[in-house]
Design a protein around this ligand. Structure first.
Ligand SMILES: Cc1cc2nc3c(=O)[nH]c(=O)nc-3n(C[C@H](O)[C@H](O)[C@H](O)COP(=O)(O)O)c2cc1C
Length: 210
């Protein structure tokens, strides 16, 4: 199997890490690989913010706990559907482990430079917010894949997370990152679990030729 195929096929999301931090140069290298992804008109809107100090990590964690309490109390006030409560609590489990990871990276998009692009192109994009949103989501996804795969090559495991955004709708405000729109988090480190391969859809299910 070609090396890239091997990396892609063996990758699994890992949610338990050893406490030792990986070398910072490795993380910077992962960021560079993520940032080399395609972007609309080479606008390069993706920004990577690593939460290293205790303070931003704690602020985010507190905001997540607060968001969970708020959601649970809203559910309570609305009659307390058990299914909704379970949903809020189970997504919390898929969020909170991020604070045990040695590397927490926020992936956001920046608006910086987009006005200039619009002016140059005669403002054609201004009235297409749906398209812009979609393009930014795709661009973040591509950047995330470059970042994850480089980590995989270096021997670091990762997990991408969006569940925290259920509890913190504007993490950029919590972190004082005005002008950014945080789309996901990626945690990484040395793996402390080895999840088995997952069942994947067959090529007949995901691919057809018209
Ligand atoms: C956009 C996106 C958001 C995700 N959000 C979370 C999350 O919030 N918490 C989590 O534990 N895993 C999250 N995951 C990881 C998926 O659960 C995981 O990729 C999926 O179960 C397949 O497993 P694998 O990554 O090991 O192949 C997310 C994945 C993607 C692509």
């Amino acid at each position: 199997m070609a090396y890239l195929d091997e990396l892609i096929f063996r990758r699994r999301s890992v949610r338990k890490f050893k406490p030792d931090p990986p070398p910072v140069e490795w993380i910077e290298n992962m960021v560079l690989c993520g940032a080399r992804s395609p972007s609309p008109r080479n606008s390069q809107p993706v920004r990577f913010i690593r939460l290293e100090s205790a303070q931003p990590r704690e602020r985010l964690h507190d905001a997540m706990n607060e968001g969970r309490r708020r959601l649970l109390s809203q559910i309570e006030q609305a009659g307390g559907a058990k299914k909704l409560r379970n949903y809020v609590n189970s997504y919390f489990r898929f969020s909170e482990f991020m604070f045990e990871a040695p590397v927490i990276m926020c992936l956001g998009t920046s608006d910086e430079g987009n006005d200039r692009e619009n002016t140059r192109q005669g403002g054609a994009e201004i009235d297409e917010p749906g398209r812009r949103r979609r393009d930014l989501d795709i661009t973040v996804g591509l950047a995330a894949k470059g970042y994850l795969l480089k980590g995989e090559e270096l021997g670091l495991a990762s997990c991408i997370l969006t569940a925290p955004l259920l509890y913190i709708s504007r993490p950029e405000y919590v972190l004082g990152l005005d002008g950014l729109d945080i789309r996901c988090f990626i945690v990484s480190g040395w793996r402390a679990e080895d999840p088995p391969p997952l069942e994947r859809k067959s090529s007949a299910e995901i691919y057809r030729v018209l």
